[in-house]
Design a protein around this ligand. Sequence first.
Ligand SMILES: NC(=O)c1ccc[n+]([C@@H]2O[C@H](COP(=O)([O-])OP(=O)(O)OC[C@H]3O[C@@H](n4cnc5c(N)ncnc54)[C@H](OP(=O)(O)O)[C@@H]3O)[C@@H](O)[C@H]2O)c1
Length: 327
Amino acid sequence: MPFLACRVFDSPEVNHQLVQLELNDLSDGDTVIKVDYSSINYKDALAASGRGKIMKSFPLNAGIDLAGTIEQTSNPNFKAGQKILVNGCGIGENHDGGLAEYARVKSEWLIALPEAYDTRQAMIIGTAGFTAALAIYRMQQNGQTPDKGPIVVTGASGGVGSFAVNLLSKMGYETIALTSRQSMRDYLQGLGAGQITELDKLDLSDKPLAKAVYGGAIDNIGGETLSKIIAHTNLWGNVASIGLADSPKLNAMVFPFILRGVSLLGISSTNCPMDLRTKIWQQFGNELPLPDFEKIVSEEIKLADVSPYFDQLIDKKHHGRLIVNCQ
Ligand SMILES: NC(=O)c1ccc[n+]([C@@H]2O[C@H](COP(=O)([O-])OP(=O)(O)OC[C@H]3O[C@@H](n4cnc5c(N)ncnc54)[C@H](OP(=O)(O)O)[C@@H]3O)[C@@H](O)[C@H]2O)c1
């Protein structure tokens, strides 16, 4: 039975096409999933548009996350009809991903859908929300508390940034949402941001050890902003490095680390160990508040209509989360 998929090819250059596939065309796996929802993350946009080197082999279906229903599985711990989600683990990078009506994956990557949310909400969270939650978890494990001072969130109106602002605010942290778009003020205020500052108006010093004004940071953009925020971080604060939307460069001196005990935490969602991955997904609605799903989702797109959205996302034409209805 043919089904629709957003497939990335590398000839004559990297590009994506909406094609009809059969199950046998998909990467190997012991579990077939009917995909309810997937989403468009920054990484998917880089992969499908060819603007970043994400995929390790071609052709491959895009989509680094999915939520849906098991059609068949040989793993006795799961059963047909069960709702599950998958994120990271190489889907959409070296294994056919979630932007398709069907996916075939390894059952060791499955996460039983927690009771607190449905498959649509799971993909509003998606890799972006998961990664923000993973950053908060690691910061708190490393001693972050609201009394250490405000948390700066860069790329605040993007997927990861929106979740970071929304979750931290609900958890009693003061947040400083740093955005490059003045038009995002009302949106960020609605998510609970304490202060909203435009990137070019933030007064950041060039000194390697600057006035300590931030309790910590969740950084999605990298580059000079990240370097300067580290220098402004308070005693024993944590800076979570997530993204490179501005630049992959980091030009820093060791002073904040050795004189203030500041920690730079690396956040990698793709290869997060399965036990920690499961724990983070189960935290939403338990240890973590439920996010404001309908505020953060900016658009629900049909699979057949995804093509223009990849370039648009990289060009900052959207905010929050774009989810894809795959049925
Ligand atoms: N480490 C991991 O496991 C992991 C997981 C998910 C995502 N990421 C990375 O984290 C970053 C954010 O991902 P996302 O899914 O949230 O992407 P997104 O939804 O596209 O958001 C990115 C945001 O970054 C800001 N931005 C974009 N280009 C910029 C530029 N040139 N200079 C400064 N700011 C810029 C914009 O926010 P404003 O308009 O508010 O400024 C934009 O909305 C990406 O680099 C992505 O690859 C990493």
